[in-house]
Every structure is written in C-alpha cells, then in structure tokens.
Ligand binder design. Structure first.
Ligand SMILES: [Zn+2]
Length: 479
C-alpha cells in the first residue's frame, strides 16, 4: 500500500467509529470473543442436546430447561414460565441502562427427524427435527449474553444484559405473547440471529404474514342413500381453496399463499359436516397482507353461500415484516469483517457438497465469507419470523450465519443434518462471537446506540404496533 494512502486510511479509521473498532477492537471485545471460545464445548453440548430433544412449539420443556439452567449456573437471575408459556423464560444480569436483550429460539419442526448424515434417514421415524437450526440459535445467543455478563461483572461494561428465551417461533409466534406481556418494554436494543446458508448482516428483512383458519359446517348424511339431505363442509373448503388458487393470478408476485386441509371428513360414505383449512398469506408489508386477508375472508363467505354451509374465519397469528435497522447492520458487518470467514474443514465442505448432490442443487459447498453489506432496502425473500414483531417495538439487530449447505432445502432434512454436526457448531460459535462483539460496541459506544435508536424512531414515528394474535392466553397444549 502507498504510504500516503495508508496514512489517509488510518486517519479515516480514527474518524469513523465503525471502521475504528473493526481495525482496533477494544479489550472488552477481544475478551468477549475469548469467552465464546471458552464456552464453545458447553455450547456444542447444549446444542446437541436440544437437537436430540427436537421438541416442537410450546413443548420445548427440556430444551428451555437446559438453557435456563446454564444461564442460572452462570449467575443470571432467571424467571421461567413467563407470558403464560411454560417454555418461555428471561435471564437477566446487571443493573441500569442500557438494557440489551438477546433472543434465543429452540423449537423444532414436526416430521423431519434426520440423522447427522448426507442422505435422508430419520433418527426416529415420524419424529420432529431441527429443520430451522433453532438448536443452534438458543445456545449461541445465550453464550453471547454470558460473555457480556462476564464483562459487566468485571466492571468493564455498564448496564443490563438480558437473554430472552422465546418459544414456538415455528407455530404461534411466542414472541407476540411476550411482547403483549410487556417483556420487551424496557429493552433499549434487541438482537437476534438465524442459522442460514450464508453469513450476512441482514438488511433484507422478512415477510409479513397472517395465519388463519376457516372452518365450514354443513349437514351429515349417507353419501349414497340420501346425499340430498347432506351439505358437505368439505365442499366449502374445496371452493374456498379454489378461490385462493384463482387469486394467485391477481396478486403481486411477492405474495405467498399456502394452506393445508387439517380436517376434511373421515370416510367417503359420510357427507362431512365439518371441515377446516389452515392458510398462511405473506407479502413484503403487513398492509398488503391485511388486504389479502380481507379478500380471503370474502372468499370464505362466498364458498359457504355457494355450498349452503356456514363458515367461521379465525385469525390465529401473524407477524409484521422485519424493520431493518441499517445503522445496526453496519455495526454487525464491521464485526463480521473483523472476525473474517468461518474456517470450515475440507471434510465439512465435502459433507455439504454431498447434501447438495443428494438434493439436486448447485454443488458449491458452504459459504464461509461474510456477504457484502447491502444497504438498498430490497424486498425480502420468502419467509417470516416473530423477531420482526419485536423489531417494531424495540430497535432490533439481526444477522444470519452459515450452518447449512448453500441452497439446500430449508425446513427440511439437510438443515437438520448439518445442525447436528460440526458445520452447525462452527456457525453457532461464529454467530455468538458476532453477537457478543456487536453488543460490546453497543455498550461501549453511546453514539452507535443512539444512531440505531434514531433510525428506529424515524421509521416508527406515529406508528402503533397492533397484535395479530387473538385475546386470551397462548394455546399451550395440555399434555
Ligand atoms: Zn427459524
């Protein structure tokens, strides 16, 4: 490098806060990263346990317990069973401001049990599996919180660190109930990450979505002897889904609509008097989703009218689109640049390529380098998260880290496979380091915190967050 240019860059580095920290990390930041290295064996232990438990939404009893126990052993004050959900908990350490909250998920997906290998084989036939990598999500966030706790305890950082254990992301959106109960109200800045097939300071966000059910009620009759006396509730469902499928041509290309028929009658020789369809609609913004839901509601009424049945339309849950915080993304990206790539081994790259061969996607292995920072605010790809709801209430920083083969199917066996072995472990440890380093910046630099908060204030001015969840307690299963 030319000597004058080097001096100019050095001076620029001294003037730009983000650049300065990327070049010369503070002692606290280096200690936070060292703490993650020290905790890595315990993180892997927690993650492998949660991977094997593979507990689905609101049934994550053992998964939540191992994380809450670890937090307690590290000196956090732990409150279990918050927001009327036995598997939700909050672990706090420190006092005063800033209060930084870091979220951790740990729920699995039904029916995708898988061994940690490159071909499809269930660990336990029909059981659940961690097809979204949440077994890695919880431990990485918690380890980052512990790293911050150690620095607060040593008097190197001031404020409060809070790990927020959020169940049921894959189903009802546990964070919505926690938001409703005010558990995020005093948090200054929240952080979350997500397992992914690339490393990214997420600026793309996530889709808004609404989950609703339509129930049809008709009249039972013998399907051959006196079908004229019957009115088929299944006909109502079929006509409704036909309307949804015709709607596809007349919605924006960013819209996603998908459904399952959860109840369609029992046997063909009885005209079903009850049928139910469960449907999700998504788009880039919640205002568009609200309009789609109204169109679906009208379609349900029309289907009932045409089939001489009745329909009940119930919104079960829904999430907003993620409010992307670009100031936060800059801090995350600077820390990813400082940490550099994830060093996957040749065996791990080959493991990923085997999965790519098996699933018929391009054979490129694992993405190990952080992606360039994209500040364009482009429309999100498909997918939603209840982290997005938090992002409208508290400034929220979000990142993705490679834990799976690039482009291999998500919510599917390949993600379970890599999440249960060293590829996932390496991504988890890396995520914890980025989270810990980013939090150190937020504690140490009030001006960076203020920049994040100012962007949030600007984006939410005059806005009132409105829950999609129905009134009443969360639908915790009885068993
Ligand atoms: Zn997920």
């Amino acid at each position: 490098m030319n000597c004058c240019l080097a001096i100019v860059l050095f001076l620029l580095g001294a003037l730009v806060p983000g650049a300065a920290q990327a070049d010369t990390p503070s002692d606290a930041k280096q200690e936070a990263v060292a703490s993650i290295d020290r905790q890595s064996a315990e993180m892997i232990g927690l993650s492998d346990q949660i991977w094997a438990f593979a507990e689905t939404a609101l049934r994550e009893a053992r998964s939540a317990a191992v994380l809450a126990d670890y937090a307690e052993a590290q000196g956090f004050a732990v409150e279990r069973g918050v927001a009327d959900m036995p598997t939700a908990f909050v672990a706090s350490y420190g006092k005063g401001r800033p209060i930084i909250g870091i979220m951790g998920e740990y729920d699995a997906l039904p029916g995708i049990s898988q061994r940690a290998q490159t071909t499809r084989q269930a660990l336990e036939e029909g059981a659940a599996g961690h097809g979204c990598g949440h077994n890695l999500f919880g431990p990485a966030s918690l380890a980052a919180a512990v790293a911050i706790k150690e620095l607060i305890a040593a008097g190197e950082l001031d404020g409060t660190i809070r790990f927020i254990g959020t169940p049921a992301e894959e189903d009802i959106g546990g964070k919505l109930y926690m938001l409703r109960d005010g558990l995020f109200d005093d948090v200054d800045i929240a952080l979350a990450w997500h397992p992914s097939d690339e490393i990214n300071a997420d600026t793309e966000g996530s889709q808004a979505m609404v989950s609703f059910a339509v129930e049809f009620r008709g009249r039972a009759a013998h399907a051959a002897a006196d079908p004229w006396n019957g009115r088929s509730a299944l006909d109502g469902v079929e006509l409704f889904t036909h309307a949804i499928n015709l709607m596809r041509e007349h919605v924006e290309p960013t819209v996603r609509m998908h459904y399952v028929i959860t109840d369609g009658g029992d046997v063909p020789n009885v005209v079903p008097d009850y049928a139910r369809v469960w449907c999700w609609v998504r788009d880039s913004e919640h205002t568009s989703v609200d309009k789609l839901v109204e169109r679906a509601r009208a379609a349900a009424e029309g289907a009932a009218l045409a089939t001489d049945t009745t329909s009940t339309f119930s919104i079960e849950s829904g999430s907003y689109e993620m409010l992307v915080n670009l100031e936060g993304a800059k801090i995350i990206h600077a820390n990813m640049s400082w940490l550099g790539p994830i060093e996957f081994t040749r065996e791990e790259q080959e493991f990923a390529r085997e999965i790519q061969r098996e699933t018929g996607v391009e054979i490129t292995g694992l993405r190990s380098e952080p992606e360039p920072l994209d500040l364009t605010r482009r429309a999100p790809d498909g997918g939603s998260t209840d982290v997005a709801d938090v992002s409208w209430v508290v400034p929220t920083l979000h990142l993705s880290v490679t834990t799976a083969a690039h482009d291999a199917p998500w919510h599917a066996w390949p993600v379970v496979a890599t999440g249960g072995m060293s590829i996932g472990h390496r991504g988890m440890v890396y995520a914890a380091k980025v989270l810990a380093a980013t939090m150190v910046d937020l504690y140490e630099h009030a001006e960076q915190r203020k920049a994040v908060e100012a962007e949030f204030e600007e984006q939410t001015r005059g806005f009132k967050y409105r829950f999609y969840i129905p009134e009443g307690p969360p639908p915790v299963p009885a068993d």
